[in-house]
Write a protein that binds this ligand. Structure first.
Ligand SMILES: N[C@@H](CCC(=O)N[C@@H](CS)C(=O)NCC(=O)O)C(=O)O
Length: 197
């Protein structure tokens, strides 16, 4: 399999963690792509987004949730509940984390524009989504003894917030901060933290 990815993409990080937990690290060839500037990616994924997974038989998978679904089904780690309310809850939390990530990427992209061209209302709206998501995670709480798709998705995004200095999110959120500190020590987080080539 070939994974088209960028080292800082939180969505690609989530996929790499799920791949690691399912024992696929050696089976996946990582190929760095710059999704915002490399138009050749569009021939593989019309959305020109990473992560994009190309299976050995040529089948192309995106987005990150579909790739995770496939890897977990094939690898059998059981990170995605098979059915019932557990599944709905896990997928909804993954969607929350991914949505916060999309908002964060939008903020980072906006901040890259010349200061005079930046749209404060766009940054404010995207930041509001991130803040509300963080508050929900703080009040609902994440279990330290659970490490499945929802927790992996959240950890990948929190790490991105730090790496890109999207916002200071720890103040007023002691539970989420402590949870993330413990999550960051997990092997899958450590081995996916450095840019891989
Ligand atoms: N919903 C997608 C989001 C992926 C995404 O936004 N990736 C960013 C990099 S972090 C990207 O490739 N953006 C390029 C673009 O949207 O043009 C997923 O979960 O895979």
């Amino acid at each position: 399999m070939r994974l088209l990815y960028s080292a800082l993409s939180p969505f690609a990080r989530k996929v790499r963690i799920v791949a690691h937990e399912n024992g696929f690290t050696d089976a996946i060839m990582l190929e760095t792509v710059a999704p915002f500037t490399d138009e050749s990616l569009r021939a593989t994924n019309p959305l020109s987004q990473v992560p994009t997974l190309i299976l050995d038989d040529g089948e192309i998978l995106f987005d990150s949730s579909v790739i995770c679904d496939h890897l977990d089904a094939e690898g059998g780690a059981g990170l995605i509940p098979a059915g019932g309310r557990d599944r709905l809850r896990a997928l909804t939390l993954q969607a929350l984390a991914d949505g916060m990530g999309s908002a964060a990427v939008a903020v980072v992209r906006e901040r890259m524009r010349p200061e005079d061209d930046q749209r404060p209302e766009l940054i404010a709206r995207q930041t509001a989504a991130i803040v509300a998501g963080l508050d929900l995670l703080e009040s609902e709480g994440l279990a330290n003894d659970r490490w499945a798709i929802a927790e992996i998705a959240v950890a990948a995004q929190l790490a991105y917030f730090d790496a890109r200095k999207v916002l200071g999110w720890r103040d007023g959120r002691p539970a989420l901060s402590a949870w993330f500190e413990a999550a960051s020590r997990r092997e899958a987080m450590v081995v996916t933290s450095a840019p891989l080539t």
